[in-house]
Design a protein around this ligand. Structure first.
Ligand code: SF4
Ligand code: SF4
Length: 341
């Protein structure tokens, strides 16, 4: 069962997408027992984001789990950003605005690291960047998981799928900061139109506008979240990598690998390879589409599910959308640390 992959293609209509997910679920065996409490780990979208996965898919997974006698719940964690998910209450409000309500979904919606972000645990890791990783305690508490991920581009990792959802998605806020700490902005002044957008989105006040209306960045205050870089309308900001460009991906993979050790025997991984845009659902706005819809994948390993998605899409859209970010590093490093099938 471990190497089994299910795939169903779809076109870019709501009906075709839902039917593809239903078909994949019908073919996917559940590694759960009746009565188990199963977390559906997903991303309900930052406030203002227009590309997040509709709750209609989460509801379908809820029905699939309930039909097997398990007790599903929807889960995400608090984030570093100043948008609509920084603490648990804000994040639940955002979830509700995007349609992820208990009434609609038919199950509880919770914050995996607690409403105050403090319900966390340290997991042993033993890797070169992280001896331990810190995540929401839900990783340990749930009887099982469905890791349900939107496969699309990402400003620091080139693509984001199951690996990223399990890693950044379960990480405590401190662990998120440890992963993000290496990518900070560098201004190309000739391209800057002095719009001030970077200062508006900066969650720490590191980006400010000077008297001549050009922005400056206080690198001591900067947490490396890359929101300014991704949202600059003129691509006037480049990543000033404090360390090797590959380190962010390695940190992402280490965190996912540590989580996987805890949940590997009780988890199904589903990638929605639809609405494939250049940027992450963490960013507000409607992002540029970089590939046509492919369909839904289910698997029992996140690296396998992400590799299958890349096989379907090809690497070129990610190379073009995020030039100079070697997305292959997620797979290479997963292999190097034994986080693969
Ligand atoms: S968002 Fe970009 S163009 Fe606007 S002020 Fe910042 S760097 Fe300049
Ligand atoms: S990366 Fe940009 S938005 Fe994020 S903290 Fe640093 S200056 Fe602010």
């Amino acid at each position: 069962m471990k190497k089994t992959i299910q795939f169903q293609e779809c076109s870019a209509t709501d009906e075709s997408r839902l039917m593809a997910l239903q078909t994949v679920l019908e073919k996917t065996k559940k590694p759960f027992k009746s009565g188990d409490s199963i977390g559906i780990k997903l991303h309900w979208g930052e406030i203002g984001n227009k590309n997040y996965l509709s709750p209609v898919y989460a509801r379908e997974i809820v029905k699939w789990l309930q039909a097997g006698g398990t007790k599903p719940f929807i889960v995400d964690t608090t984030v570093l950003y100043s948008g609509g998910r920084r603490d648990g209450r804000e994040s639940l409000n955002t979830a509700a605005k995007h349609g992820f309500t208990e009434e609609y979904l038919g199950c509880e919606v919770i914050i995996g690291d607690g409403l105050d972000g403090k319900n966390i645990i340290d997991l042993p890791a033993g890797f070169k960047h992280f001896p331990t990783v810190q995540t929401g305690k839900v990783v340990q508490d749930a009887d099982g998981f469905v890791i349900f991920s939107h496969f699309k581009g990402h400003m620091e990792a080139a693509f984001g799928g199951s690996i990223k959802n399990m890693s950044m998605g379960f990480a405590s806020r401190a662990q998120k900061q440890r992963m993000h700490a290496d990518a900070k902005p560098k201004l190309i002044q000739a391209k800057c139109i002095k719009c001030g957008e970077c200062a508006d989105v900066c969650p720490t006040g590191a980006a400010t506008i000077t008297e001549n209306n050009f922005p400056v960045y206080d690198l001591l205050k900067c947490i490396g979240c890359a929101q300014c870089i991704a949202l600059c309308p003129e691509t006037a900001l480049k990543i000033r990598w404090d360390t090797d460009i590959k380190v962010f991906q390695e940190k992402l993979v280490e965190t996912a690998a540590a989580v996987w050790r805890v949940i590997q025997d009780k988890t199904v991984v589903i990638n929605a390879v639809i609405e494939i845009v250049a940027e992450c659902d963490c960013l507000p706005g409607k992002h540029q589409k970089i590939a046509e819809d492919k369909g839904f994948i289910s698997a029992y390993h996140p690296v396998l599910a992400d590799a299958e998605a890349i096989k379907l899409i090809g690497g070129a859209p990610f190379d073009q959308a995020h030039q100079h970010i070697p997305w292959q590093r997620q797979f290479e490093y997963a292999k190097e640390i034994g986080f693969c099938m």
